[in-house]
Design a protein around this ligand. Structure first.
Ligand code: ZN
Length: 187
């Protein structure tokens, strides 16, 4: 087997064995995971077949690692373009279409030219068409209102939305950890 080490990313679990994030899935390139093993910051939970060698050591590349120190996830999510899209579930807040990220943009509900600020409560996901159509107008001038009132999401809300976009390239050793953390049907 000649798998390239580049394709051997490690799934990173928090100290409680839950993935650090779902979308984008928390993955480290093999160099980083090997370094973290040597620095004793992580435990190896599962490994690839792929072995890396140097004159002084050899090891199988980790496929799942868990942090030794718990990283609290209740801090406020960063105000990034990506997190705005994730809060709005990659859906235009005016026409409700779900678009690929490269077709999405963000809209100031109160336009900047009218004093609107770039903050969670004034920025929504919009497709390019709606953004163009709304232009520099206020919602009641354009008759375009966001479908949900924008506000700062919690990390938990973003995680929940991230679950709706499962990655489609799961190594078999990752599945258990992603699966264990999914909601159980109470029936
Ligand atoms: Zn739209």
């Amino acid at each position: 087997m000649s798998t390239s080490p580049e394709s051997c990313a490690a799934l990173v679990l928090n100290a409680d064995f839950r993935p650090l994030s779902y979308f984008p899935l928390s993955l480290w390139p093999w160099q980083e995971s090997v370094k973290a093993v040597f620095l004793d910051r992580v435990n190896i939970v599962s490994e690839y077949e792929r072995v890396v060698r140097s004159p002084s050591f050899e090891m199988r590349l980790p496929s799942v690692i868990s942090l030794k120190e718990f990283v609290p996830l209740n801090r406020r999510p960063a105000f990034t373009r990506f997190n705005v899209f994730l809060r709005d579930r990659f859906t235009c807040q005016y026409c409700a279409r779900c678009c690929p990220t490269h077709e999405l943009t963000f809209d100031h509900v109160v336009p900047r030219s009218r004093g609107g600020r770039t903050v969670w409560s004034n920025v929504v996901t919009a497709c390019q068409g709606c953004n163009l159509m709304k232009g520099n107008r206020l919602p009641h001038h354009s008759n375009m209102y966001p479908r949900s009132r924008p506000s700062q999401p919690t990390t938990f809300e973003l995680q929940e939305n991230g679950r709706a976009f499962p990655p489609n390239y799961l190594h078999h050793s990752w599945r258990d950890f992603l699966y264990w953390d999914s909601e159980l049907d109470p029936n």
